[in-house]
Design a protein around this ligand. Structure first.
Ligand code: GCO
Length: 481
């Protein structure tokens, strides 16, 4: 693995005031699952269900950040972060998902905000990062319209309690993953395999976002930024087989993966090309819903990890590096180009995809500030005999993607900030603790934190507000060639 040259000459600058952060999520780092009145979430139920999470791992302890937040904030300050994205655990604030508020739960977040304020680190709060109170799931969860109203109530409560100390509010994290993995494929909580429930969840998540934005704006100081975070995947076509067919598949896949949530949010409509099974039935869409969903955003959060490639092929007879695609089009398959690096999770390393996404979104939504609210990679990290974690693969991944982000800004993208996923190694959902995404290594047996080489690299970029020249002779991103 070649490491990239790092030099000041040829460094690409970021604009003054650029937001530099790290991201986490409540269930993935807090632990203290039953402390101080916290109620169960669907992820408590799911992770405690045998066979659902690798090795039977749960979020019961995780990084114990509920008790170690002062140490974690000090770590952020030592790295020079000026922002921190974390999520509020809904069942810590409302144990049953409705009604009575658990003040001790709010006290934890107030204390965390105190620490961040003392260090001059701007909080970006995600209201929903997948930990739905179990009692609401018992009544249908996101497949039930009422959950959207319960979410708005939670937003109102949390906004009122924390509002004037939060720099930016994110209503939902990756609703596409919630609907698809939680309700359609079942590999995430609540573990359903019900296409109709998934389509209903799609609409009710979006409705919940809209109602929550209304609740936040009703109670927060005017102008407090509110937005949403979507996982997005540029869809690329390769090869020269059946170009018309593959292009049609590209439109459908782009609608399924990106447009299904982006179009309602930006334009108040569901995408025409999306696979019918993914779309909510008209009967679920009440008058006024899409107006609530599409009220103006103050920013859009983008989680980027890798793109999707398509080519002509036979889904019934997949060849090496081929896989089926959601909403499959006959004669088209998903494809992972052999030429691209992969992370240990098999995710493609393709920084041009980030460049392309940011430039495209800035054209689709002119003037809408964008934040990369997650970008990072799993790596096979370990503490070496000298006590260091030299995660050269992650340094390379971050270098390539920060380079792509800087080039996108240079070419007109409205990127206002970047949050690396993640501050800490943490509970990686179905993978448990096996997959490490942190720039800080966590020994889960002792809870010892060890900043990795990537933490130092990221800290250097923040302090310079510039990314070193790649120095690997790689060509410019595709869109500017
Ligand atoms: C996501 C979630 C994070 C994940 C991260 C790595 O994007 O899936 O927001 O919670 O841990 O992306 O998979």
């Amino acid at each position: 693995m070649t490491t990239l040259a790092s030099s000041t000459d040829g460094a690409l600058p970021f604009p003054p005031g650029f937001v530099w952060g790290a991201a986490t999520a409540a269930y993935q780092i807090e632990g203290a699952a039953r402390a101080d009145g916290r109620g169960p979430s669907v992820w408590d139920t799911f992770s405690h269900t045998p066979g659902k999470v690798r090795g039977g791992d749960t979020g019961d302890i995780a990084c114990d950040s509920y008790h170690r937040y002062q140490e974690d904030v000090a770590l952020m300050a030592s790295l020079g972060l000026n922002a921190y994205r974390f999520s509020v655990s809904w069942p810590r604030v409302q144990p049953g998902g409705r009604g009575a508020v658990n003040s001790r739960g709010l006290d934890y977040y107030r204390a965390l905000l105190d620490q961040l304020a003392d260090r001059g680190i701007a909080p970006a709060v995600t209201l929903y990062h997948w930990d739905l109170p179990q009692e609401l799931q018992d009544e249908g969860g996101w497949a039930a319209r009422d959950t959207a109203y319960r979410f708005a109530e939670f937003a109102e409560i949390t906004g009122a309690a924390l509002g004037d100390r939060v720099a930016r509010w994110i209503t939902l994290n990756e609703p596409q993953v919630v609907a698809n993995n939680g309700y359609r494929t079942g590999d995430h909580a609540p573990g359903l395999r019900d296409a109709a429930a998934a389509a209903a969840a799609t609409h009710h998540l979006l409705l919940g976002h809209g109602l929550a934005v209304q609740a936040l704006r009703a109670g927060l100081p005017a102008g407090t930024p509110a937005g949403v975070t979507l996982d997005m995947h540029p869809v690329r076509v390769v090869g020269d087989g059946r170009a018309d067919l593959v292009e049609r598949a590209r439109l459908i896949t782009d609608a399924n993966l990106n447009g299904l949530f982006l179009e309602p949010l930006l334009h108040g409509r569901y995408p025409a090309h999306a696979e019918a099974e993914l779309l909510p039935p008209e009967s679920l869409i009440a008058d006024g819903d899409l107006e609530a969903v599409s009220q103006p955003l103050d920013f859009l959060g983008v989680n980027y990890y890798s793109p999707v490639y398509l080519r002509a092929g036979d889904p019934r007879d997949l060849r090496a590096n081929e896989h089926a695609i959601r909403g499959g089009v006959p004669g088209v398959v998903g494809y992972s180009p052999e030429s691209l690096e992969r992370t240990p999770m098999g995710w493609l390393v393709d920084p041009d995809g980030l460049y392309e996404l940011l430039v495209r979104l800035s054209k689709d939504a002119p003037g809408l500030p964008l934040y990369v609210t997650e970008n990072g990679c799993a790596a096979e990290d370990y503490v070496n005999p000298e006590g260091a974690v030299n995660d050269v693969e992650r340094v390379r991944y971050l270098h390539l993607h920060l380079d792509a982000a800087a080039r996108a800004i240079r070419d007109g993208a409205s990127l206002a900030g970047y949050f690396v996923w993640s501050l800490l190694d943490n509970f990686e959902w179905g993978w448990g603790y096996q997959k490490r995404f942190g720039i800080v290594f966590v020994d889960f047996g002792t809870q010892r934190r060890t900043p990795k080489s990537s933490a130092r690299f990221y800290s250097d970029v923040i302090r310079a507000n510039a990314v070193p020249a790649r120095g690997d002779g790689a060509p410019e991103p595709a869109a500017t060639r």
